[in-house]
Ligand binder design. Structure first.
Ligand code: GRF
Length: 219
């Protein structure tokens, strides 16, 4: 039985697209039941509609505070029968009440090797720190931003001449590999949260080799 997934976006939705493509495979353990944006002009909405998916806009500007916005989002997700929430470039902070309501059923992608570089401008901060490796992380969501048990990570080398733009492009292609992988682990019931660690159970039907990216300096 496939698990029903809701994807929350605010922008172009390239990670959302990667999830949509993965879910098109009949053997993938999740179906996208809803794509919800807080911004009516999010580019990802068109892509979701083209794919024939149900979409919703819950414009945060129409709500007096975070709690009422989150309650409206929650209602839309539950109406659509969503069981797992994927944050994919969703640029609103969520209230602890909302986050706890989806505990261990809501995941996020972040463009750094967490717990390094939570927050914004992660690519430039990794370059400025002289890091040789950057990467991305899919993790369970906890009330504190960019924390929570780690499900999947990919390491991406930083080239000597990298800029924020070239590095973010290289990391983005790794994001598109690990997000579908992480969702497959969760939807396939292969994850257990022990303390604050996500443990992968049993024999793996999915290929984890995508978590280490080969150098792609030409991209
Ligand atoms: C990605 O870099 C993701 O890691 C971060 O926001 C960006 C969203 O990009 N959380 P997209 O909308 O998925 O293309």
């Amino acid at each position: 039985m496939k698990r029903k997934v809701g994807i929350l976006i605010s922008g172009r939705g390239s990670n959302m697209s990667a999830l949509i493509e993965a879910a098109a495979d009949p053997d993938y353990p999740a179906d996208i039941a809803l794509v919800l944006s807080n911004r009516p002009d999010a580019g990802g909405l068109d892509r979701a509609r083209e794919a024939g998916l149900q979409t919703a806009v819950v414009d945060h500007k129409a709500y007096p505070d975070r709690a009422s916005f989150d309650a409206a989002v929650d209602a839309r997700l539950r109406e659509a029968g969503v069981e797992i929430v994927c944050l994919a470039g969703f640029m609103r902070l969520l209230t602890p009440g909302f986050v706890e309501g989806w505990r261990n059923r809501m995941i996020n992608i972040h463009p750094s090797l967490l717990p390094l570089f939570p927050g914004l401008h992660t690519h430039q901060r990794a370059i400025d720190a002289g890091m040789r490796l950057a990467g991305c992380t899919v993790h369970f969501v906890r009330p504190e931003m960019d924390t929570g048990p780690i499900i999947a990570q990919a390491a991406v080398p930083i080239a000597p001449n990298d800029t924020e733009e070239t590095l973010s492009k290289r990391i983005l292609s790794a994001e598109h590999r690990i997000y579908p992988l992480a969702l497959a682990l969760l939807a396939g019931n292969l994850l257990r949260v022990e303390g604050e660690r996500a443990v992968i159970d049993g024999a793996l039907p999915v290929d984890l080799s995508g978590m280490v990216a080969a150098p792609e300096f030409e991209g």
